[in-house]
Design a protein around this ligand. Structure first.
Ligand SMILES: [Zn+2]
Ligand SMILES: [Zn+2]
Ligand SMILES: [Zn+2]
Ligand SMILES: [Zn+2]
Length: 287
């Protein structure tokens, strides 16, 4: 080693030893957190699922991007501002014009667990996108609609095909299938083998002088479909009527349970059309 090189090497060693941090003192757990301070500022906060303070006090759903407040500082989500006619639910002051920016900013920095963690969803989701994620979460379980059956899980399609084979009709994408609906049955279970989806052809008794037929998908919305849009197209038509008379085309809403569900579109089938057998034949085509 030449002298120049040796000197450079020694200097390097000296520099290295000068930059070596002093040995750490043993620390209590709370002291150790200090070391992470810089990193902590770049991380999102985490919030426990079910924490109420980050939910709209009126509808009790998690706040999303926009939060409004009244003159007294009570907060509400945009939907509730409208549904309460822009009057605060706590003090009746006007609400809906003033955004609560500090809370919005805080919410924007928060992450939380998906509520279907126990079913295997490991995603950490932004708090403000919690509702949208959970509506489309592929790990969300669905309950079996068949009367007296308590199945709830991720394999609803397999369950209905295996355990209720006699009660299930098969429907397909871009192909019409004929399904018999009994006037007294509240729904007919439909299974789509291609995508492993379960649908219900609902037979509602909520209309005078007949029944209302509509289609609903049981399960999460298709992924990538986060803004409330629904994209499972279908066409169904009651056989025997004048062409196009008892026909419905649309997109099937996706729900996990039927309680509280009200179809927005349906075919009205008058009592007289159900015939002596009390049934109608409906052709159903997905896509
Ligand atoms: Zn609300
Ligand atoms: Zn108020
Ligand atoms: Zn999830
Ligand atoms: Zn079942």
């Amino acid at each position: 080693m030449t002298q120049t090189r040796r000197r450079a090497a020694e200097q390097g060693a000296a520099a290295a030893s000068a930059s070596t941090p002093p040995p750490k003192r043993p620390c209590a757990a709370e002291d150790c957190d200090e070391e992470d301070d810089e990193e902590e500022t770049t991380r999102h906060f985490r919030i426990k699922p079910g924490s109420r303070s980050m939910n709209c006090p009126i509808c009790v759903l998690p706040f999303e991007a926009e939060v409004y407040m009244c003159n007294n500082g009570h907060a509400a989500c945009p939907r509730c501002c409208l549904s309460m006619s822009r009057k605060c639910g706590s003090c009746s002051e006007p609400i809906g014009d003033v955004r609560c920016r500090p809370l919005e900013n805080l919410l924007d920095e928060m992450d939380t667990d998906c509520k279907y963690k126990k079913y295997g969803c490991v995603e950490s989701v932004k708090y403000t996108q919690k509702r949208a994620h959970e509506a489309a979460c592929p790990r969300a379980p669905s309950g079996c609609p068949v009367d007296g059956c308590s199945y709830r899980g991720l394999l609803l399609y397999e369950h209905v095909v295996d355990d209720h084979a006699g009660a299930v009709a098969t429907v397909s994408y871009l192909r019409s299938a004929t399904v018999t609906v009994h006037k007294r049955a509240p729904f007919r279970v439909l299974a789509e083998p291609g995508r492993g989806r379960v649908f219900l052809l609902l037979n509602g008794g909520d209309v005078l002088g007949g029944r209302s037929l509509s289609l609903v998908c049981l399960g999460p919305r298709p992924e990538g479909n986060v803004d409330g849009a629904e994209s499972i197209g279908y066409k169904m038509e009651v056989r025997g009527g004048a062409p196009g008379e008892l026909m419905l085309k649309g997109t099937a809403p996706c729900v996990r349970r039927l309680e509280g569900f009200q179809p927005k579109k349906f075919i009205f089938v008058p009592d007289a059309d159900w015939g002596s057998s009390g049934t109608v034949s409906v052709s159903v085509r997905l896509g």
